[in-house]
Ligand binder design. Structure first.
Ligand code: ADP
Ligand code: ZN
Length: 364
């Protein structure tokens, strides 16, 4: 595939490309490269994304696959359940899919996580392709192989590590993405700057107008940069036992807010609140200046993201932290910035520090 750019995610056990394109016109070629000629494909997607893109992708994929079926679920995090997965299995069986068949996840993180989980478990595992269409999925969830579903209010507690055969990112698919969803994705983009690269962080600040006005050149650059950074982290720690934890910057408190606010706030919005909170610890410890925290909050606000939350009690948020699946032996783990572009992972954070951080984002 020389007409579109790609990078490779190499986990040591497996390696796969992430393609960056401006349309879906190279999908068949990517599939052919995997040796999928004559196989069957099931595209798992939600009703929004499916309604816009499934037909185009189906036609494209029919150039390679002998048969392409589209399996649609109702859009939204509420669908991310084992019941929906069961519906997929039934669809796959009714349509005579077998171990040689391939499953593609088309849509945001919800579609990708569920399609991946179905692929990991159907017939003990069939090949899987990621076609992410939200900014959040393109810069985060589609890369790295985490797949799964929620159980009640517990997010992603049932799942697997299951790497795709390739990820295909069509930047133009963001044209139809609701603005609020785009903003939510920007929280994760900004996160990469703080944890990994001051240069990238500065790039976002310097070009924020261009990014917000959706200038393709800038959007392409940020997506590619985030994928490169994630690829490096994932390749060093595929199964999330160490380094990969830095990707959880802002997520410890963010997840607690998300749990307590139910489905009112988007994941990216909670991550924005969580980043504002946890960065307070860095400021209090003297790792970074007050001005840097103010700059971060301004940047998040510029992208229409919240940096505080109403209707919550700090003590309840603190309690909720212990429900996170990342908590082991009742010890909270935090990723803290020791400067912009660099982080430390630590369990050594006092309750007072955490409470102050939470209080710094709670509105009366
Ligand atoms: P996330 O990627 O943030 O995990 P979802 O998978 O729930 O979230 O997607 C967020 C919402 O955006 C869903 O309602 C989904 O149908 C919709 N959506 C996803 N991608 C697009 C797109 N490219 N155009 C329009 N709507 C989209
Ligand atoms: Zn996240």
């Amino acid at each position: 595939m020389n007409n579109i750019e790609n990078i490779v995610v190499d986990t040591g056990t497996t390696a796969y490309p992430i393609y960056f394109a401006d349309d879906f016109g190279s999908l068949a070629e990517a599939a052919e490269k995997c040796g999928y000629k004559g196989r069957k494909l099931c595209i798992i997607t939600d009703n929004n994304v499916g309604g816009i893109y499934a037909e185009t992708i189906k036609r494209e994929m029919e150039k390679v696959f002998s048969e392409v079926k589209v399996c649609t679920f109702k859009a939204g995090e509420k669908s991310k359940t084992l019941d929906t997965i069961r519906d997929f299995y039934e669809f796959l069986l009714e349509n005579k899919f077998d171990r040689k068949s391939v499953i593609a996840g088309l849509g945001g993180g919800v579609a990708g996580d569920m399609a991946g989980f179905a692929a990991a478990s159907f017939m003990r595992g069939v090949d899987f392709i990621q076609i992410p269409t939200t900014l959040l999925a393109q810069v985060d969830s589609s890369v790295g192989g985490k797949v799964g579903v929620d159980l009640g209010s517990y997010k992603n507690v049932v799942g697997a590590f299951y790497q795709p055969k390739f990820v295909y990112i069509n930047t133009s698919s963001l044209d139809t993405l609701p603005k609020r969803e785009f903003s939510a994705g920007m929280a994760e983009v900004i996160k990469y700057g703080i944890i990994q690269s001051e240069d990238f962080y500065k790039y976002i600040i310097e070009n924020k107008e261009k990014i917000k006005s959706f200038d393709k050149e800038y959007i392409r650059h940020i997506i590619r940069s985030c994928c490169e950074m994630k690829a490096v982290v994932v390749s060093k720690d595929e199964h999330d036992t160490g380094l990969r934890e830095i990707l959880n910057y802002g997520h410890t408190i963010g997840h607690a807010v998300e749990g307590l606010k139910g489905f009112e706030l988007l994941h990216g919005e909670c991550v924005a609140i969580g980043m504002a909170a946890v960065t307070d610890i860095s400021v209090k410890r003297g790792y970074i200046g007050e001005d840097k925290l103010a700059e971060l909050k301004e940047l998040l606000k510029f992208f229409d993201l919240p940096v505080s939350v109403s209707g919550l009690k700090a003590e309840n948020v603190y309690e909720q932290l212990f429900h996170d699946k990342k908590v082991s032996s009742n010890k909270l783990k935090f990723v803290i910035a020791d400067s912009v572009g660099s982080t430390i992972r630590t369990s050594d954070v006092a309750k007072d520090e955490v409470m102050a951080a939470i209080n710094s984002v709670i509105e009366d």
